[in-house]
Design a protein around this ligand. Structure first.
Ligand SMILES: [Zn+2]
Length: 647
């Protein structure tokens, strides 16, 4: 019996040894000489044992040698081929901390449990986490709440799928605390908040060190993880995305949620850039909205989320409006937590291509670095006589946001375009958008009045142009949450952000704008009224024509599209998810997109790498391909059949 105990101990030691060797070869070349000395000693001992006559012992030794060789075989190639280690950061309130019982974990996670009664213990094979801790250390991941064992949420699903797709170790830094808002009451001395308000932050410290800031706790945890662990990884590391679910507790600060959440995202991106010296200004931010049945649901919070997702090309919102909640009307059920987690994975996989399939959807048409739309407000005559012909000369098209009341029959106003002129612009490929019938300020009229005004303008445009406007532009730039919902209905987008390119324009600042767009892969929306007269007109019209020449010269990097074209493309690009299946002779892509296909009609540009030549088919139809550096590009129907990419 004693020898059996000894055998078990030897087996355990060998197992530990294999793990140590695995870590050493992955992370630390200094360990290798040490390992060779130990190997010499081990082999000597084994030979001595093999010379004895204990058959059981011999078998064990053979088993250990086999196990050891397998470990070595698995770690040698992995330490050679892998790029930087993937890192994800996750934060939020209770629906990110986890409030679903582990007994309701999906079966593909339960099978990893070592405790098959409560499912409170187990380990994911590839995920290591630093959860609500500031020592920078990581442990194998198993779903648990910050305080309570045996609870899970969406990220349990996301990490499981990432591990399956990557088949290599990755790291997560997570900070989540239930019941916490970004906004903070002005008169409190208590509480914990996510606020990124610089004045407030400068007067407090992290919650971890006794202060009120969750954001500082989160960034301190990230910093400690970098200092203690990530920066020591031989392969290096790359922070791939920021996952977030929060907002319920901001019901009291709903009106500020847009500004508040935007500041949190910017704060974290800036912090990472400063901490690492790498550019994290485009760090993907992936988050979910709040179910409408949540007792703390607020329209302003949801609209704030939608606005951020429309404005920032690197922000991805998962629509959870119909998500199921537990009886408390606050927390996700297993079904909705799993749904959100799976969707988050789908988005990440689309951006990051975990399995190195070599396919992605371009951020902009033709895989260009940035996009520009030119928008002209209020239907001024010069837009027809000067701006449109100049755009056309360059092969560009613009968007004209018009107010029906200024073009009514019987009104003679030589400063405004006529309907036949607008129809002509439309026929030439320009866009006529809705700017409200009577240019009503959203902040000063009832929702009913605003609705009537928007619909009236739609019908007059349809009557004269023959097409329902696909975009809307807020009069006086006034936006309200309800107004946003009404104006967005049945449209591809509303103008949420713009850059005035009129009176303050100089050759230099326009050139800088274009360079910034290309550098940051952004969509620029230029806005002007008249060219030589009207509100904020150009001091000198040639500034604008000169700008168009420069944009034309950079057309390889810039997509100049109408507001509707770029708005539709970018939303389709963000919403689409797809499965990529490796075939003997190429790939099959199965696209999923649930937008309204009558409205969203832009083809998307697919980018495929790693082939000398390809032919691409969708629904039996051959698609045109074009070469760009080491990639092939093709336009496909995002609502269409599976796409076959054939070598
Ligand atoms: Zn206007």
């Amino acid at each position: 019996m004693e020898s059996a105990g000894f055998l078990v101990r030897v087996a355990m030691k060998t197992g530990e040894f294999c793990i140590v060797i695995h870590e050493m070869t992955q992370n630390n070349r200094v360990g290798i000489p040490l390992f060779l000395v130990f190997l010499h000693y081990l082999i000597g001992t084994m030979i001595k044992i093999m010379q004895q006559k204990n058959a059981q012992m011999k078998n064990l030794i053979l088993l250990c040698v086999g196990c050891f060789l397998l470990t070595m075989a698995s770690c040698v190639p992995s330490s050679q081929k892998k790029g930087p280690v993937h890192v994800f950061i996750t934060a939020g309130q209770s629906n990110t901390d986890g409030r679903v019982n582990n007994k309701q974990l999906p079966a593909y996670i339960q099978e990893l449990a070592t405790d098959t009664v409560e499912y409170k213990e187990g380990a994911y094979p590839f995920c290591r986490i630093s959860q609500n801790r500031v020592d920078g250390l990581f442990v194998p991941y198993w779903p648990k709440g910050r305080i309570t064992e045996g609870l899970w949420t969406y990220d349990a699903v996301t990490y499981r799928q990432i591990g399956e797709a990557l088949q290599e170790e990755f790291y997560v830094v997570k900070w989540a605390v239930g019941g916490t808002s970004i906004g903070f009451p002005s008169d409190t001395t208590q509480g914990r908040y996510w606020s990124a308000d610089p004045a407030w932050l400068s007067n407090t410290t992290s919650t971890q060190s006794g202060g009120k800031s969750l954001l500082l706790s989160f960034t301190e945890a990230i910093d400690a993880s970098i200092d203690q662990t990530l920066s020591k990884l031989e392969q290096g590391y790359q922070i791939d995305a920021f996952l977030w679910h929060q907002g319920e507790s901001d019901c009291k600060f709903a009106g500020d949620y847009y500004k508040n959440l935007k500041a949190v995202i910017a704060h974290v991106r800036n912090h990472l850039t400063e901490k690492t010296g790498k550019d994290y200004s485009k760090l993907p931010f992936v988050f979910g909205s709040i179910p409408h049945t949540n007792r703390d649901y607020r329209l302003e919070v949801e609209v704030a989320m939608q606005r951020l997702a429309e404005e920032d090309m690197h922000v991805y919102l998962i629509d959870m409006r119909d998500g199921e909640l537990q009886k408390d009307r606050l927390h996700f059920t297993a079904t909705s937590a799993e749904y959100l987690g799976q969707k988050m994975f789908d988005v990440l996989n689309k951006i990051l291509d975990f399995s190195n399939m070599g396919f992605r959807v371009a951020t902009y048409k033709d895989n260009k670095a940035a996009a520009i739309s030119y928008t002209f407000d209020d239907g001024l005559m010069e837009q027809y006589t000067l701006a449109a012909p100049e755009l056309e000369k360059h092969g560009f098209r613009g968007t004209f946001f018009v107010n029906g009341n200024t073009h009514e029959e019987g009104i003679i106003d030589s400063t405004r375009m006529t309907w036949p002129m607008m129809k002509e612009l439309h026929d030439k490929g320009h866009e006529i958008g809705n700017h409200g019938w009577a240019h009503k300020n959203f902040g000063r009229h009832s929702l009913e009045e605003i609705k009537t005004d928007i619909y009236k303008n739609d019908s007059v445009i349809v009557a004269h142009i023959g097409l329902m406007p696909r975009t809307f532009c807020y009069p006086h730039n006034t936006k309200t949450a309800e107004g946003f919902v009404v104006a967005s209905e049945n449209r591809v987008g509303t103008r949420l952000f713009q850059r005035s390119i009129g009176g303050k324009a100089t050759i230099e600042n326009l050139a800088e704008w274009v360079d910034d767009l290309i550098r940051s892969n952004d969509w620029g929306v230029g806005m002007t009224h008249g060219i030589t007269y009207g509100y904020d007109h150009f001091g000198d019209a040639t500034l604008f024509w000169d700008h168009l020449d420069r944009v034309k010269a950079k057309e390889d990097s810039l997509w100049v599209g109408t507001f509707a074209e770029v708005a539709a493309y970018t939303q389709e690009q963000k919403e689409i998810t797809f499965e990529v299946i490796k075939q003997k002779n190429g790939l099959t892509i199965i696209p999923h997109l649930s937008l309204d296909k009558a409205l969203f009609t832009e083809p998307l540009t697919g980018v495929v790498k790693g082939y000398k030549r390809v032919s691409v088919r969708q629904g039996g139809k051959e698609l045109d391909t074009r070469k760009q550096d080491d990639a092939f590009l093709f336009d496909f129907d995002p609502f269409g059949e599976p796409i076959e990419i054939i070598k």
